[in-house]
Design a protein. Sequence first.
Lengths: 115, 113
Amino acid sequence: AQSVTQLDSQVPVFEEAPVELRCNYSSSVSVYLFWYVQYPNQGLQLLLKYLSGSTLVKGINGFEAEFNKSQTSFHLRKPSVHISDTAEYFCAVSLGPGNTGKLIFGQGTTLQVKP
Amino acid sequence: ETGVTQTPRHLVMGMTNKKSLKCEQHLGHNAMYWYKQSAKKPLELMFVYNFKEQTENNSVPSRFSPECPNSSHLFLHLHTLQPEDSALYLCASSQDQGRETQYFGPGTRLLVL
């Protein structure tokens, strides 16, 4: 069975500092990988996704993530964060082609950007 | 209006009440999903509909009853809920089931007293 582990429940960081949010997954088959962001009182918004091809994926708002198959990781990075990046971030996986559409989410990481 | 909308945004109900949550997507998608988001727990998939047919029920108690009259609308009928059912209920849609990107609505915050 697939599972997703987000290694940090909270990440405090100062504005303009770099940040990395860690995500590890387990699966015996190929997967699609996603990062979603949830701002307070809102639904989830897709930040970026890895389906195939280049292992470095660029998303919205200056975020990027790197797929590492050998380490089964998909860590999210941003070189310089803003106050507006304060939100909950979710890593998710789904099975590859022909899957049922089921997304399996990690427990989330709260990014707290301080001035 | 674009994207995925959900109403109401907030709902308080007693354990004996019957209420319904509504989701509407304006994206021309064929698959729709209900998720439950509880505090300190990962999002849980509840139901999947593809072309109006239910294709997945993730062992959800029968006090939750979904309805999908067409590909644009999804309802979640609630009756005799328990306090532990209090959560944020999120609706999502994708082009087809199995397509990689799901688009989420803002959710309905439910409190069961």
